[in-house]
Design a protein around this ligand. Structure first.
Ligand code: SF4
Ligand code: SF4
Length: 186
């Protein structure tokens, strides 16, 4: 595959969509009834301020004009973005959500699942995370080798987590694939 911005956008959007579907399946029962929703309009705004996330929004035909001043991307059925959400939207789990998972292995794999989107963009331009790039022209200057490498790591970890959720088994080789995923905040 050519290491281009267009291909990165397409692959990233496809993986984020898959991750979102699994997270919705796992957590919508709890988050859907939550009265202390952790979504915040200032987090939503990152999706239009970040040059890369703005490109993902544009791919869905969305822009700043579509975002509600008060509720951001949140509507009655949850976040309306299919992809292009700030990475923190996947990485944060409240204690209530973690407590509902059956054991530590589920908590560990859910934690890695939530960090996959964050992982892809780490150190995309020097020490800057991909979503922290504000100038669209800088997207052409990112380290494409590194970002595609991280994308592949995230895709591999996603396959391991999907298989784990189906089988309940996580062996040593699987854990090594998951251990590659970084856990730093952007
Ligand atoms: S993560 Fe926790 S606080 Fe946030 S919406 Fe879900 S249940 Fe509510
Ligand atoms: S999940 Fe969606 S609605 Fe919630 S903070 Fe993130 S972008 Fe906003």
């Amino acid at each position: 595959m050519m290491l281009t911005l267009e291909n990165l956008i397409n692959e990233y959007a496809a993986l984020e969509t898959e991750i979102r579907k699994i997270m919705t399946h796992l957590f919508s029962g709890t988050c859907g009834l939550c009265t202390a929703c952790c979504c915040r309009a200032d987090i939503c705004e990152e999706a239009v301020e970040s040059a890369f996330l703005a490109r993902l929004l544009k791919k869905q035909g969305l822009g700043e004009k579509d975002m509600d001043d008060r509720f951001g991307w949140l509507d009655l059925s949850g976040c309306s973005l299919d992809y292009g959400r700030p990475p923190v939207c996947y990485a944060y789990y409240c204690d209530e959500l973690l407590a509902r998972l059956p054991d530590d292995t589920h908590r560990y794999s859910a934690g890695v699942l939530g960090k996959l989107i964050l992982h892809i963009g780490q150190q995309a331009l020097g020490n800057r995370h991909l979503v922290e790039i504000m100038d669209p022209d800088d997207l052409e200057k990112i380290n494409y080798d590194r970002v595609f490498q991280r994308l592949e790591e995230a895709q591999a970890a996603f396959e391991v987590i999907k298989a784990y959720l189906a089988s309940g088994m996580l062996n040593k080789a699987d854990r090594e694939v998951l251990a590659v995923i970084t856990t730093e905040e952007p």
